[in-house]
Design a protein around this ligand. Structure first.
Ligand SMILES: NC(=O)c1ccc[n+]([C@@H]2O[C@H](COP(=O)([O-])OP(=O)(O)OC[C@H]3O[C@@H](n4cnc5c(N)ncnc54)[C@H](O)[C@@H]3O)[C@@H](O)[C@H]2O)c1
Ligand SMILES: [Fe+2]
Length: 380
């Protein structure tokens, strides 16, 4: 392919007073009755109220999105949309609420069930306006054309990929993440870091995604520890919110790779938060990837002033070492055994991970089933 396209939400609104833009966004959407899609954590923390205070039109609230949500939640939410005669969708939450809301806006007025749309480009149009306000700094879902939901039957996370899932407006305000529990700040922040790292080494990267990925990595290494240590640090929250968005733009266009592919079965089978699954796999997959992209990993190590040698492989290894310690400082578990996974579980995990061809094809080193089993073993 000798051209590439670049995808984003139609309008990005950032900065400390970004939330005020909601009033204009509702006018532009010609919304008369909103369905607000959120979850219990966001409601109980009082953070949803910031948004409700700015709502100039009527609304109903679906506040029942579960973390790492199942496909069936989309239909539950569509039912509430119709019962209340809504005509626009506003998501206020982490990646879980955003992903459900994206599917609802795209599918509420279409025939068929959610299962008909799993895969790539199965959704062909969206007529319902979609505004999203993330409350975590991690997934970048506010700017991606992807929704990742849990398939409980097959114990796997599956992607719905369609440009119809790109929101009309993404409002990214640092105020929204201040109430995040420390563990959510840490896990979602690592997810954003993995998005940028995997986008940078993706076989599908471009100069545009490289620029976004590099800035994302630098912001997260500097500001995630600050946001974790002091949740009310608005500068750190704003930098992380922007980094998450930029990481989303990077991976939404370049793709992610084997870290995510090997993390998905952990999330689906063991109900681990997505960021924790990624953190558990990150150093081990990157170590394996050194042979496929030593120069690119070395470049990141040098940017972070970790690599002092002229040897790309040594620099890349110092980056892997750094990332392991970085997750540890955020109190994220550092081995699969700490989350109850044993040697016996590995064949099943590997059998699921190798099916994630959509992501493995971007990885700079090809992985066989045996390679994947070996990586899980190293991650024990
Ligand atoms: N669509 C994409 O591009 C994309 C990318 C990466 C991950 N994902 C998906 O996103 C989901 C994970 O999203 P996430 O990491 O943002 O977490 P989440 O949305 O699952 O939220 C995690 C927990 O944090 C709480 N929470 C969130 N914001 C809060 C706030 N401001 N105050 C208090 N509590 C708050 C929630 O109530 C929940 O209990 C996974 O399903 C993952 O697969 C999607
Ligand atoms: Fe992710």
């Amino acid at each position: 392919m000798n051209f590439s396209t670049f995808k984003s939400a139609n309008k990005l609104v950032t900065g400390q007073t970004a939330l005020q833009y909601l009033v204009q966004a509702l006018v532009d959407a010609k919304a008369t009755k909103l369905l607000i899609v959120s979850d219990a954590g966001v409601v109980n923390s009082g953070t949803l109220q910031y948004v409700l205070d700015l709502c100039t039109v009527g609304y109903s609230i679906f506040a029942d999105v579960k973390p790492e949500p199942e496909f069936s939640q989309v239909q539950d939410c569509i039912d509430v949309y119709h019962q209340n005669n809504c005509d626009a969708v506003l998501a206020v939450g982490g990646g879980s609420a955003l992903d459900i809301a994206k599917c609802v806006a795209a599918l509420a007025d279409q025939p068929g069930s959610i299962n008909d749309f799993i895969g790539t480009d199965k959704i062909k149009s969206r007529n319902i306006p979609l505004i999203v306000i993330p409350t975590t700094s991690g997934t970048g879902s506010e700017v991606t054309n992807i929704a990742i939901l849990s398939d409980t039957e097959n114990q796997m996370k599956q992607g719905i990929v369609s440009d119809c899932l790109l929101p009309d407006v993404a409002i990214v305000s640092p105020l929204m993440s201040v109430s995040c529990p420390a563990s959510v700040t840490a896990a979602s922040g690592i997810d954003a870091l993995v998005h940028a790292l995997e986008a940078y080494i993706s076989l599908n990267h471009s100069d545009i995604t490289d620029a976004l990925a590099i800035q994302t990595i630098q912001l997260i290494v500097e500001y995630l520890p600050q946001a974790y240590a002091l949740p009310t640090n608005l500068i750190a929250r704003e930098k992380m919110a922007t980094a998450s968005l930029m990481g989303g733009l990077a991976f939404g266009n370049a793709g992610v790779g084997a870290v995510h592919a090997l993390a998905y079965p952990l999330g689906a089978k063991y109900k681990l938060p997505h960021g924790v699954s990624n953190a558990l796999m990150l150093p081990h997959v990157l170590k394996w990837n050194v042979l496929g992209c030593a120069e690119r990993l070395s470049h990141i190590a040098q940017l972070l002033k970790l690599g002092t040698s002229q040897n790309h492989q040594e620099n890349a290894e110092s980056l892997v070492e750094f990332l392991h310690k970085f997750s540890g400082q955020l109190n994220i578990p550092l081995g699969l055994r700490h989350v109850g996974i044993t040697e016996n579980d590995i064949p099943d995990l590997a059998a699921e991970a190798i099916k994630v061809e959509r992501l493995l094809k971007n990885n700079p080193r090809k992985l066989s089933l045996m390679d994947i089993e070996a990586i899980y073993r190293e991650a024990l």
